[in-house]
Design a protein around this ligand. Structure first.
Ligand code: SF4
Ligand code: FES
Length: 288
């Protein structure tokens, strides 16, 4: 593949010549090419942080005279003529060690168990953590809350007592019950429940608002109020779930089609043509 412009350049991953864009990480380029690099702390919606160390790859360049470094693919920037190996013996050896440690930290985590067994680790060579839970301390939950919601949770304590949760382990006053932390958690450590219109997360209860059309639980009152404060959208935007919004858009579109083409029969119902072109209406801007 030839570079299209000066912001686009060629690099090599596992012997494949690939095109990369300025500002992309090695992980992004690899993913686009369908090359698998295991990750735990990467989420496309959150800036990478490099905490799990699982995405380590070997990088070199022709001018480095044979020097090869181990770098995290999620943080290392793609560069012209970079040569990357994602499955070399050295890379697999280091990943095996990382997974050995993670398995000792979270022996019950199915995600870690599966990844570890992919690298031939079925039992950790380290002593499993006493009182082990499913948290690998990757920090994704804290960072999604900081960047997209209210920074209601944080990393607490130090050393062996390090954990994530609300300040002082109390019910978090700033939590709006959006569950973003639970959804980004790679190991399923953060649990929430929904029962009889009430969501519970971090020991805090939230009343759920329902979609005004299908009556499925939609979002919490606190979440809607937070979004009203931070996004420039009308309260009516939060009254329907995404499915009902799509349906309403489709119905509006069908109304327009039927008004402008009263004899239109959709193809699926035996009509001879597809969706007709809706006549273009020139709207004139009217200023007072
Ligand atoms: S709770 Fe989940 S997302 Fe948060 S630090 Fe632990 S493993 Fe990472
Ligand atoms: S995904 Fe790169 S360090 Fe975790």
């Amino acid at each position: 593949m030839q570079p299209a412009n000066e912001k686009t350049f060629a690099m090599t991953i596992n012997g494949r010549r690939l095109t990369a864009n300025d500002g992309e990480s090695v992980l992004t380029v690899a993913k686009r090419a369908g090359i698998d690099i295991p990750t735990l702390c990467h989420h496309p919606a959150i800036e990478d942080f490099g905490s799990c160390r699982l995405c380590l790859v070997e990088v070199t360049k022709p001018e480095w005279k044979g020097w090869q470094g181990l770098m995290t693919a999620c943080l290392y920037p793609a560069a012209k003529d970079l040569i990357v190996e994602t499955q070399s013996e050295r890379v697999r050896h280091v990943r095996r060690n990382v997974l050995d440690l993670l398995l000792a930290r979270c022996p019950e985590s199915q995600v870690i168990q599966q990844l570890a067994s992919d690298y031939g680790v079925t039992r950790s060579s380290f002593t499993p953590r006493a009182d082990a839970d499913l948290c690998i301390l990757c920090g994704l939950c804290v960072r999604v809350c900081e960047s997209a919601v209210t920074a209601a949770i944080a990393t607490l304590n130090r050393g062996r007592r390090r954990e994530v949760g609300p300040p002082f382990g109390d019910v978090p006053p700033d939590c709006v019950g959006c569950t973003a932390c639970a959804h980004v958690c790679p190991t399923g450590h953060i649990i929430f429940t929904e029962d009889k219109g009430v969501r519970t997360i971090w020991n805090k209860k939230f009343e759920l608002l329902r979609c005004q059309k299908c009556h499925e639980p939609l979002l919490t009152v606190e979440q809607r109020d937070h979004l009203l404060k931070t996004r420039d959208l009308d309260v009516s935007y939060y009254e329907l779930c995404p499915g009902c919004k799509r349906q309403r858009t489709a119905e509006t579109f069908a109304d327009v089609v039927l008004k402008t083409h009263p004899h239109f029969v959709p193809k699926q119902m035996g009509g001879s043509s597809g969706i007709p072109t809706v006549p273009f209406v020139q709207h004139k801007e009217v200023r007072p």
